[in-house]
Design a protein around this ligand. Structure first.
Ligand code: 5AD
Ligand code: SF4
Length: 439
């Protein structure tokens, strides 16, 4: 019994965690397969942020289980939220939260050896796993590094503070060490990830002027990482508008490898809704920050998340979100219908918005967001973009990479471009990508 298959749901943080789970399993002697039918062990790494994603795992277990399946492990945020409730599905052997995935091989072995038939571990201590993970394997040209996990903001719709726990920042030198290892193994682009990276405050070996003794803020961490040999492009995600400082904007102006593209979710364009979401900022404070950012770094582009149909949201208040979108003109975006999550304050609010209204609002919003995305892509035509090529395309000689704004760029080349930075003259644009030629 040795082949495992991982199914992952949700955000980049989860995708990243699933890679680390894979590394841990490989280190322990298991073999990865990309086909559920070939696997003895099925690992589901779940997302609890919206109801749809949380439910899908249960139908997928039924769909993917085969005669060959011996062990089923359900991990991540649904596991943390539902705990032993997951065992209602009789096929599940292991339930593990997002802070203990380094222990998965040990748990699988003890089930395989017949020591027990069920294991539940939803421990909340966040720092341990980072010290137990093996050196990264299968390093690609673009890699993620977790710098911070959890969130103390308690937006009223969000389960993250309940599943990923309170805010925890990894020590600065651990982050630096991991980046150095990745770069030595071929990574060129590093994305620093966390639920709220702006509140990073990692323990550091010496005093940073203006900050509490022995901590680095995100700005400092970025400066130090940007100085490392081999780091060609640097990003960070996700930012909270309230915690976004002028100093961070100035860091963009000072650090050339820092991509001029920032995800700053606003969620809604209406002050009353922002207030009952407990976002900690209003519309004009948000817009003022973006303006300040553009003054300091002309050309910087933004993306955002939106929630439509938050409890009690009226048509006119939704209209304010459309106005804000019209004003900012986001390069890309993610928009969602509000989804009730058990245990969150918004779930208990009166005035839940009917599903049909949410659907109409979402379609209306997405139409405008898409218009701006296409306009941005069109604006790139005739320009030269620096592109990091990540993979081959569908056709031979086709390569796909990302420009600084996270847009997919497609070119044809006789030479293998995977892992290479190249300048591309953009010749045409479509909704989700642009294409051009190497110059
Ligand atoms: N319903 C809909 N969308 C949500 N998000 C978080 N919680 C919910 C919810 N209950 C969205 C927010 C957040 C993104 C990661 O997911 O827009 O920024
Ligand atoms: Fe959730 Fe709000 Fe924290 Fe983001 S900032 S993870 S939306 S509580």
């Amino acid at each position: 019994m040795h082949k495992f298959h991982i199914v992952v749901y949700g955000c980049q943080m989860n995708v990243h965690d699933s890679r680390r789970i894979s590394d841990t399993m490989l280190e322990a002697g298991f073999v990865r397969t990309y086909e559920a039918t070939a696997a003895d062990i099925l690992i589901f790494y779940t997302c609890n942020i919206r109801e749809k994603a949380a439910h899908k795992v249960f139908s997928d277990i039924g769909l993917l289980k085969t005669k060959r399946t011996r062990i089923i492990a359900v991990g991540g945020c649904v596991a943390q939220a539902e705990q032993s409730g997951i065992f209602k599905n009789r096929d599940v052997n292991i339930v593990f939260g997002p802070h203990v995935y380094h222990k998965l091989p040990e748990y699988i072995k003890s089930i395989a050896n017949g020591e027990t038939d069920r294991i539940l571990d939803v421990a909340t201590e966040q720092s341990t796993k980072f010290n137990c993970l093996p050196v990264r394997k299968n390093v690609s040209c673009s890699e993620f590094v977790t710098i911070q996990e959890g969130c103390d903001n308690f937006c009223t719709y969000c389960v993250v503070p309940h599943t990923r726990g309170r805010e925890f920042s990894r020590p600065a030198l651990d982050v630096i060490r991991e980046v150095k290892e990745l770069v030595a193994s071929g990574a060129k682009e590093i994305t620093l990830v966390g639920q709220n990276v702006n509140s990073y405050h990692g323990e550091a070996p010496y005093i940073t002027v203006g900050h509490p003794r022995g901590t680095w803020r995100l700005e400092r961490l970025i400066m130090e990482i940007a100085d490392l040999d081999g780091v060609r492009r640097l990003r960070y995600v996700t930012s909270h508008p309230r915690d976004f400082t002028r100093e961070l904007m100035e860091t963009h102006a000072k650090v050339p490898v820092l991509a001029p593209f920032v995800h700053i979710p606003v969620q809604s364009g209406n002050n009353r809704i922002l207030k009952i979401m407990n976002r900690g900022h209003n519309v004009s404070e948000y817009l003022d920050k973006l303006k300040m950012f553009l003054d300091i770094c002309p050309g910087v582009q933004f993306s955002s998340d939106f929630i439509v149909g938050f409890p009690t949201e009226m048509d006119s208040e939704f209209g304010d979100t459309l106005k804000l979108v019209d004003e900012v003109k986001y390069t890309t975006s993610y928009s969602f219908k509000y989804s009730r999550r058990r245990g969150t304050p918004a779930d208990r609010m009166h005035g839940q918005v009917p599903e049909e209204t949410k659907e109409v609002r979402l379609a209306t919003l997405q139409q405008i967001l898409l218009r701006d995305q296409i306009a941005h892509n069109n604006s790139l035509v005739g320009k030269i973009n620096e592109v990091l090529f990540e993979k081959r395309g569908r056709y031979s000689n086709q390569y796909i990479g990302k420009n600084a704004y996270m847009q997919s760029v497609v070119v044809e080349s006789q030479e293998n471009l995977v892992g290479i930075f190249a300048n591309v003259l953009i010749e045409s644009a479509s909704t989700n990508s642009v294409s051009g030629k190497i110059v």
